[in-house]
Ligand binder design. Structure first.
Ligand SMILES: [Zn+2]
Length: 71
């Protein structure tokens, strides 16, 4: 069973970050249900993160999770 992730609408990157508690960067991917999933590198607590906006790790894009593109 494979999980589908949403991609950056500009560069197609699958990894994003947001600002967490105390301004830390938390890294995650977003699944097809628009739900953030922590990446292996940094399994930070996403519960305190501000996902508006989310930032792409591959380019300078940032925006709403709803703007992400299906792969
Ligand atoms: Zn991008």
């Amino acid at each position: 069973m494979s999980q589908e992730f949403l991609a950056c609408p500009r560069c197609g990157c699958l990894k994003f970050y947001a600002r967490g508690d105390a301004g830390t960067m938390v890294f995650f991917q977003v699944n097809s249900e628009f739900w953030p999933v922590p990446t292996g590198i940094n399994a930070s607590d996403l519960s305190q993160a501000d996902f508006s906006p989310v930032h792409c790790t591959g380019c300078s894009w940032s925006g709403e999770m709803n703007d992400l593109a299906a792969t």
